[in-house]
Design a binder for this molecule. Structure first.
Ligand SMILES: *Cc1c(COP(=O)(O)O)cnc(C)c1O
Ligand code: SF4
Length: 353
């Protein structure tokens, strides 16, 4: 179409990722990028921020095992000062237990390397394919199953994405693209919107799913420019956030989720069951209630994977089943997440219970 009016020119530019931002929108973009840049990047700085004394710091410091500390201040602000057992602190502070090695815990427990048809693509399940859209996150979670992932080998330019997507497009069953990472919302708008443009060009794709922890850990990322872009998409957009504890859900998170809902985005949550953080029925129920208040429905409750360096978070299947049954007894059905385990070689995640 040849644009006739200024509004049409603007909307055509916008659909190509060149969104024209108002001064307020530019300020919003600057705010989250600044917050991201000013994140806490050492265990020392994190413990100092939480007012631990010198002696406690010495006792709590541990080697980061090649996985750097990264915590947005907005997330650290939700931790209790001076509490070594704080459930948010334990998710991001390296502990000496990470250095332990166990035979069953390894670097690629899901064998994702076996399902890599093109760089940046993991295609394991029918109808949906996962793109490693970003090589970094806004927070580094110590239990992460991708903490050993070779992101550097998966980095893609726009032209390379076109190629990977063209390979995927030959699959007639494909209806959904999942952006994962890393964290796709840790990308700035320009590369993110360019990727969305490419995905929207594939006629058989109906849904875009974004897996992101940003709405929880850096809610300032949910800007009006981002919401506008998602609202304008021809695709149905599902955003799966990742929250593990009710203490993560504050008024900023609520406001960000409301903005996403107003943009027509379906909000779901996945949680990882983590020893010492949320393996109590009251904690899990409180999380579901807090999420629902923010407009988020439960999706998955994951059993932890056998990832090297995360043994201290591991919860046994029998304990997980008990917790899940206790949740079913206390919550309405729509607030009970599906308890799942990801197993290599399966056509879908394995439902437990
Ligand atoms: C979890 C996962 C998906 C999505 O599976 P759903 O059950 O649809 O949430 C897709 N691809 C990979 C590689 C996954 O690990
Ligand atoms: S945000 Fe997700 S991908 Fe990133 S470190 Fe945390 S768990 Fe891993």
């Amino acid at each position: 179409m040849i644009p006739e009016t200024a509004a049409q020119v603007e909307s055509q530019l916008a659909t190509r990722g060149h969104v024209l931002l108002s001064p307020e929108q530019q300020a919003e973009e600057q705010t989250w990028r600044q917050q991201f840049a000013q994140s806490i990047r050492t265990p020392q700085a994190l413990l100092a921020y939480l007012q631990f004394n010198q002696q406690d710091c010495q006792a709590m410091l541990a080697d980061e095992q090649g996985f750097n500390t990264l915590v947005p201040t907005s997330y650290a602000a939700r931790m209790q000062p001076n509490n070594p057992q704080d459930p948010l602190l334990l998710q991001v502070l390296a502990q000496s237990a990470e250095a332990e090695t166990h035979a069953e815990f390894n670097q690629d427990p899901l064998a994702e390397a076996d399902y890599n048809p093109a760089p940046g693509v993991v295609h394991k399940y029918q109808g949906r394919a996962l793109l490693i859209a970003a090589g970094h996150c806004a927070i580094n979670c110590r239990y992460c199953f991708r903490r050993h992932y070779p992101y550097a080998e998966q980095q893609r330019s726009r032209a390379q994405w076109q190629q990977s997507l063209a390979t995927l497009a030959k699959d007639e069953h494909l209806a959904e693209i999942i952006l994962s990472g890393g964290d796709p919302l840790a990308l700035t708008n320009t590369p993110l919107f360019a990727l969305l443009d490419e995905i929207e060009k594939l006629p058989q794709i109906k849904r875009l799913r974004i897996h992101s922890r940003l709405p929880i850990v850096l809610p300032a990322r949910i800007t009006s420019a981002l919401c506008q872009r998602l609202a304008d998409s021809r695709l149905q957009v599902v955003l799966v956030v990742h929250s593990n504890h009710a203490q993560e859900i504050n008024s900023e998170v609520n406001a960000a989720c409301l903005r996403l809902k107003q943009a027509g985005v379906t909000l779901l949550n996945q949680t990882v069951l983590l020893k010492g953080i949320n393996n109590e029925v009251a904690t899990l129920c409180a999380l579901q209630q807090a999420l629902f208040s923010a407009g988020i429905l439960p999706y998955y409750l994951h059993l932890p994977d056998h990832v090297a360096g995360t043994q201290h978070f591991f919860v046994e299947r029998s304990e997980a089943k008990q917790l899940h049954q206790a949740m079913q007894a206390r919550l309405p059905g729509y607030l009970v997440p599906r308890l799942v385990k990801e197993e290599p070689g399966k056509a879908h995640k394995t439902l437990i219970n």
